[in-house]
Design a protein around this ligand. Structure first.
Ligand SMILES: Nc1ncnc2c1ncn2[C@@H]1O[C@H](COP(=O)(O)OP(=O)(O)O)[C@@H](O)[C@H]1O
Ligand SMILES: [Mg+2]
Length: 410
């Protein structure tokens, strides 16, 4: 088996070699936390100039990074946050390292694409003012992912590059695969025969008036308009006619993003929880990445239940002899004892199940090696509380890049 064991697995080689790292996985597994921690590590340990591009509108990460609510603009994370990690890990900060953070505003990212590809100011203005565009740019399934990818692409094009590494956190999609399919999905939605059929009469008529639409189309549209209102239909048609101008741009961009994500200086990091379903989803995702020829760089199993040693056979007697528990009547003491043992056993069972899930993941990705060596598979324990400050990120960081890999403070 060529994967590193969870204990000595390190994402440090990945952080030092790649230019773009994309954290993927299903909602709630810890992508945002992992992205922030990886970005912080690369800045502190490797002295890289890092940008973490996050998507969740969660305040918590902003707080943890010490930036006021993250906005669509790039913000510099205060040095003291980097110092906090170095201090906590007992290392000296590598010179030159900086961390910046940005939260993607999906609507603004979409607007930027329209601005770039619309023929002139009038078309641009009509698209922006269109109610359907306003809905789509904020809500269409896949548009969030598209916007993220598009922004990543823009940032990666800046020359000379202001960042050595961009860590991309991905949206909390139900289905992690939405992320890969997004560019296609948007293109297909725009190109779909149904939509084309619907907007063709408008295109031919060269006017928004329903009266001018061909007989068949007009009949259906009039029927439809009774349900959804003719204003809606008109807006819809207007939108797709106007938008057809910029769809070529959208498609072209989707293709460029795809090419970018296949480059060897990009790596995907799979994040999952040790539940069987989550591991299965990660494996499925891995398969999709493989088929799309997008490079996998590592895996993180987050919120793993820690296993403890077995309880001594005479645990009950030991407890009964504790002077501090002398005030307990025997029946209460027995109940306390039973409860403790049962809770502990449950933890042990969960821990064993987690280990089995991790072993399963390792069996599947074990044969993979990346240019940096065997694929690192890191296990991060479940902490008692949410990770909402730099200390928390520092604690997590020890499981993504263990101490043995770090040069101690001298
Ligand atoms: N190892 C952990 N132990 C305890 N809480 C965690 C751990 N990792 C993440 N969390 C918490 O779980 C929640 C979800 O994590 P988050 O990174 O936002 O997930 P995602 O971005 O995948 O939706 C957050 O409140 C975070 O603080
Ligand atoms: Mg998130």
């Amino acid at each position: 088996m060529s994967t590193q064991t969870a204990k000595d697995a390190s994402l440090l080689p990945l952080l030092s070699a790649r230019r773009i790292i994309v954290c993927v996985g299903s909602g709630g597994v810890g992508k945002t936390t992992t992205s922030a921690t990886l970005a912080l590590l690369a800045a502190v340990v490797l002295g890289r100039r890092v940008l973490v591009l996050t998507i969740d509108p969660a305040r918590r990460l902003a707080d943890a990074l010490g930036v006021r609510a993250l906005g669509h603009d790039i913000q510099r994370v205060p040095d003291e946050k980097l110092d906090a990690l170095a201090r906590r890990r007992g290392i000296t900060r590598a010179p030159g390292g900086t961390l910046s953070a940005m939260m993607l505003d999906q609507k603004r990212a979409f607007d930027e694409i329209v601005e770039r590809y619309a023929r002139d100011g009038t078309v641009r203005k009509r698209i922006f003012e269109n109610g359907i565009y306003q809905q789509i740019s904020a809500r269409l399934s896949g548009s969030h992912e598209y916007a993220a990818m598009s922004k990543l692409y823009d940032l990666a094009q800046v020359s000379p590059p202001p960042f050595d590494l961009i860590v991309l956190d991905t949206p909390p999609t139900e289905n992690a695969l939405d992320f890969l399919d997004a560019p296609d999905r948007i293109s297909q939605a725009i190109d779909s025969p149904a939509l084309q059929w619907f907007i063709k009469p408008y295109l031919q008529a060269g006017s928004w008036s329903l009266r001018l639409v061909g007989v068949g189309g007009a009949f259906v549209l009039r029927g439809l308009s009774r349900f959804v209102g003719s204003h809606f239909l008109q807006q819809m048609a207007e939108f797709f006619v106007e938008f057809s101008e910029v769809t070529a741009g959208f498609r072209e961009r989707a293709e460029k993003v795809r090419t970018l994500l296949r480059k060897p200086d990009v790596a995907f990091v799979l994040v999952c929880s040790p539940e069987q379903l989550s591991v299965e989803e990660a494996l499925y995702f891995h398969e999709r990445l493989r088929r799309a020829e997008m490079p996998l760089g590592g895996a993180v199993v987050n919120r793993v239940h820690a296993a403890g040693p077995s309880l001594p056979a005479d645990f009950s007697d030991v407890l009964h002899r504790q002077p501090a528990l002398r005030g307990f009547v025997p029946e209460d003491l027995r109940r306390l004892c039973d409860d403790l043992i049962r809770t502990y056993d449950e933890q042990q069972t969960l821990a064993a199940a987690d280990q089995a899930a991790i072993a399963d993941l390792r069996r599947h990705v074990g044969g993979i090696s990346s240019p940096e060596g065997p694929l690192p598979l890191c296990a991060v324990p479940m902490f008692d509380s949410d990770i909402h400050d730099a200390e928390g990120l520092a604690r997590i960081s020890a499981f993504l890049v263990p101490n043995e890999r770090l040069a101690p403070k001298n």
